[in-house]
Ligand binder design. Structure first.
Ligand SMILES: [Zn+2]
Length: 98
């Protein structure tokens, strides 16, 4: 249950496929390791994972970003009060109220 809005542009969609693609690649490489071994041993084939990640990142970089939704990256500390609006008087601390 994710509440954040995810972008549906082609670039972000391709980037979102990176995780599943890596899992599928690792699975296929382990399958080849189990079935054939030898030259297809995981010790020889693991760089394919890097190639898959690189290809997806390249495809994401060159894909159109029409309709891209910029995600909100807030530096606010969770639980901290929001900053006061511009022009508002500074908040009074409990010690200053006396
Ligand atoms: Zn996007």
């Amino acid at each position: 249950m994710s509440t954040h809005v995810s972008c549906q542009c082609q670039s972000c969609t391709i980037r979102g496929l990176t995780g599943p693609a890596v899992l599928i690649t690792v699975g296929v490489l382990f399958l080849l390791h189990q079935l054939h071994g030898g030259y297809l041993d995981f010790d020889n084939t693991w760089p394919v994972i890097l190639v898959v990640i690189g290809m997806l990142l390249l495809a994401s970089a060159f894909a159109p970003r029409e309709g891209h939704i910029e995600t909100q990256t807030s530096t606010a500390v969770p639980g901290a009060p929001p900053p006061p609006p511009a022009g508002a008087p500074p908040p009074v601390s409990p010690a200053e109220r006396r």
